[in-house]
Design a protein around this ligand. Structure first.
Ligand SMILES: Cc1cc2nc3c(=O)[nH]c(=O)nc-3n(C[C@H](O)[C@H](O)[C@H](O)COP(=O)(O)OP(=O)(O)OC[C@H]3O[C@@H](n4cnc5c(N)ncnc54)[C@H](O)[C@@H]3O)c2cc1C
Length: 356
């Protein structure tokens, strides 16, 4: 399988199944649809599906985890923003994001700043005129961007239909594995039963409408107990999130609801009169180190563990997978690729090609 099967520069048209129509499966389908391959996408929930991806904030925030993430992931995230700009320039807004802190929590922002290269440490003049003056410490991360997941996923599905991708509203059956040259497994938490390393991290969110308030970019409140982000959408609608609970259970608890609402009210008093549109929870698929992985076994390529960065990193992983099927080098492949038998060790693309 792999290299020996199509080791000439011209790769034949392959028959590829993708399981899961979350952001990972759709990104893989989009990247692969740029080739001559035939793509069939399976998801029992149909498309667009109601899944973790549809509940995301849609922030493309490579610097958000700078305190815990190696620099290479930040570069991959910046690449993810570029890919989105190419795929859907009309859905993405690149106004940066704003980090703010109450005066007593300024140290969190200062600590965060220390991880940024000097040219990124820009304290700003008030960028969001409606934010209260009490937020004296701010940081503008200019390269970050955001999009609205629901319309983006829906548009991606339309683009894939136009490209001839076949959608199957059913569960993919492993018995069909040999019908395909490759199966790209993007089942998110649906893969947990086969992958003991995968865990769910619940994220609860609140969606409100506040006609008295507007923002041009996501704002992250750096708080020791209740860190919160608020992402602006059309019609003065805001997504507020998100909790990080080590559980794959559904539903929003009363405690989380109260915490999100109080933190929001502390951001601006006009939220006291905001209309609650929705409260819901999504389960982020994560590995123990919280970094996403690509693994390969026979003709199955698994892409999972996108944790808090599905929208940021899925397009980059999708290009790595496509380049692998096309026998092309991708400089980000080594970052994601893991050995199934030894998942703590990152593998080089070359190792994997030799093993496949
Ligand atoms: C509250 C919250 C906020 C977030 N905010 C952001 C953010 O701002 N920015 C960001 O980049 N990321 C964010 N994320 C993370 C992001 O949403 C996830 O990383 C991403 O959704 C994972 O995508 P996925 O495609 O792997 O899984 P999913 O979106 O869960 O999709 C998996 C799909 O597989 C399907 N499936 C399952 N089993 C099968 C089967 N046997 N056959 C076929 N299909 C199957 C499921 O029906 C599902 O549709 C957030 C997540 C949450 C929960």
């Amino acid at each position: 399988m792999g290299l020996s099967r199509h080791n000439s520069p011209m790769v034949k048209s392959l028959n590829i199944a993708i399981t899961g129509a979350g952001i990972m499966g759709l990104s893989a389908a989009y990247a692969l649809s740029q080739t001559r391959h035939k793509i069939t996408l399976y998801d029992p929930k149909g498309v667009p599906a109601n899944n973790a991806s549809s509940m995301a904030g849609g922030m493309l925030a490579p610097y958000a985890e700078i305190e815990h993430m190696p620099q290479a992931f930040i570069e991959a995230g910046l690449e993810g923003i570029k890919i989105w700009q190419n795929i859907m320039p009309d859905q993405i807004r690149q106004n940066g994001s704003l980090l703010i802190a109450h005066d007593e929590d300024r140290y969190i922002l200062e600590r965060f700043k220390q991880h940024l290269p000097p040219e990124k440490q820009i304290s700003v003049e008030p960028l969001e005129p409606q934010l209260p003056k009490k937020f004296t410490s701010m940081l503008h991360l200019k390269e970050e961007a955001h999009l609205d997941p629901a319309p983006t996923l829906s548009k991606l599905c339309d683009m894939l239909k136009d490209k001839g991708c076949i959608f199957q509203s059913s569960t993919y059956a492993p018995a069909h594995q040999n019908d395909y040259d490759y199966v790209i497994d993007c089942r998110g938490m649906g893969a947990a039963q086969d992958d003991p390393d995968l865990r769910g991290v619940k994220g609860e969110i609140l969606i409100v409408q506040n006609k008295e308030f507007s923002l041009s970019r996501p704002v992250r409140l750096m708080h020791p107990r209740y860190p919160l982000y608020i992402v602006p959408r059309e019609d003065n609608i805001f997504m507020i999130g998100a909790t990080n609970i080590e559980s794959a259970g559904d539903g929003v608890s009363l405690r989380s609801g109260l915490e999100l609402m109080s933190a929001l009210y502390s951001l601006h008093p006009s939220f006291g009169e905001a209309q609650i549109i929705d409260m819901k929870a999504g389960i982020r698929p994560a590995y123990p180190d919280n970094f996403p992985r690509i693994t390969i076994e026979d003709n199955v390529i698994r892409c999972n563990g996108l944790f808090r960065h599905g929208f940021l990193l899925a397009p980059v992983m999708a290009e790595c997978v496509t380049d692998y099927t096309e026998n092309r080098h991708n400089k980000f492949t080594d970052l994601f690729w893991r050995d199934n038998n030894d998942p703590d060790h990152q593998r080089s693309e070359k190792d994997l090609r030799n093993a496949a």
